[in-house]
Design a protein around this ligand. Structure first.
Ligand code: SME
Length: 348
């Protein structure tokens, strides 16, 4: 996302109009729920300078305090209690012009005079609320309800599509050529890799292109009934380079964010034959593995000796002392079958 928030001058509506695309950016490029809630709170606070902006998340029969900006707040609110608990129970936005007139209002700060609470939903159920307090009476109206509702729709949609479900992360990222002008044996190996990844129950994570080994890997996974997450920088999507069968297509602002996103979604990385882009991805994930920035397995599939010169180079790196510990952060195998067996290795 942009490092700096752009705050529009003018009416409340103009401010929200400028804010919403920035909230989309916050949500799109980060998969950690707490990080997203923290930055949405900060963006709202910086734009409007409210008394208190923050989140409560559903935890059993209570709401528990999440990321916020402002004075200390109560940490737990029971279902149906206060404005927050009522918005949860009624699954709707509540605009409270005068908190003293709201039966059961919970006063976290004595300075709070009016409030708005907007629920957000994950998979159809309330997953929490966005709560905003103001020091003035009647600060909030239908305009706030509308725009904050849009913001929570964006956040909720992302939650429903898997944000924050790290335990369910089960991608295997495949790096390979986007060129189709290569011998058929490589395209076949790519298709087999996609099929084996899907059959093993992993989601194929890929650069998402419609050509080359990338497309063959995607086709193989889809033919086997698997899921495919394609991760493409925005400019490639605009040029129409995305494979049309992707289960999910993630749009990133840059190649760097693309590589980070693919790694974040994955428990293992596989490199198949490819060109400079593939080598870049392979070397980067090996470096991340070595630095413990990526904990998954990294496998190089040396189809028909394609990578022999690189394997020799790796050997030289080790022999001449350039590899700390002498051990390469990559497993070299000859077939897609061996690659998937190695990845599945210690899976329960
Ligand atoms: N006023 C809220 C409690 C939360 S604080 O405002 C941060 C309520 O009545 O639910």
């Amino acid at each position: 996302m942009a490092e700096e928030l752009i705050v529009a001058q003018g009416s409340k509506e103009e401010k929200y109009k400028a804010l919403i695309p920035q909230i989309e950016g916050i949500v799109k490029y980060e998969r950690d729920k707490v990080a997203v809630m923290a930055n949405i709170s900060a963006a709202l606070m910086e734009t409007f300078r409210f008394l208190w902006v923050g989140f409560y998340s559903v935890d059993g029969d209570r709401l528990v305090l999440g990321p916020f900006q402002g004075p200390l707040a109560c940490t737990r609110i029971a279902y149906g209690k206060g404005v927050c608990g009522t918005a949860w129970a009624e699954s709707r936005t509540l605009v409270v012009p005068d908190v003293d007139a709201f039966p059961g209002h919970i006063a976290c700060s004595s300075s709070s005079r009016s409030e708005i609470v907007v629920p957000f939903f994950q998979d159809g159920a309330v997953a929490g609320v966005l709560d905003i307090d103001s020091e003035s009476l009647a600060t909030f109206d239908d305009t706030d309800a509308l725009w904050l509702g849009k913001a929570m729709e964006i956040f909720g949609a992302s939650l429903s599509s898997g944000m924050g479900k790290d335990s369910e992360r089960n991608g295997v990222v495949v790096y390979c050529a986007s060129s189709s002008e290569v011998p058929e044996k490589y395209l076949e190996a790519a298709r087999e890799t996609g099929r084996l990844i899907a059959e093993a129950g992993y989601t194929l994570v890929t650069g998402g292109g419609y050509r080359g080994l990338m497309a063959s890997t995607i086709d193989g996974a889809l033919e086997a009934g698997g899921k495919v997450s394609g991760v493409l920088p925005h400019f490639m999507i605009e040029r129409g380079w995305a494979h049309t069968g992707l289960t999910t297509c993630l749009d990133t602002p840059s190649m760097h964010v693309r590589k980070q996103t693919m790694a974040d979604l994955s428990v293992a990385a596989v490199a198949l034959p490819g060109g400079i882009g593939t080598l870049d991805e392979l070397c980067e994930i090996m470096a991340w593995r070595q630095l413990k920035l990526f904990s998954g397995k990294v496998v190089l599939v040396n189809i028909d000796g394609f990578f022999d010169p690189l394997v020799d180079m790796f050997g030289k790196i080790c022999r001449e002392g350039f590899m700390r510990g002498g051990e390469l952060p990559v497993k070299i195998v000859s077939t897609p079958q061996e690659a998937i067996e190695y990845i599945k290795g210690d899976r329960p």
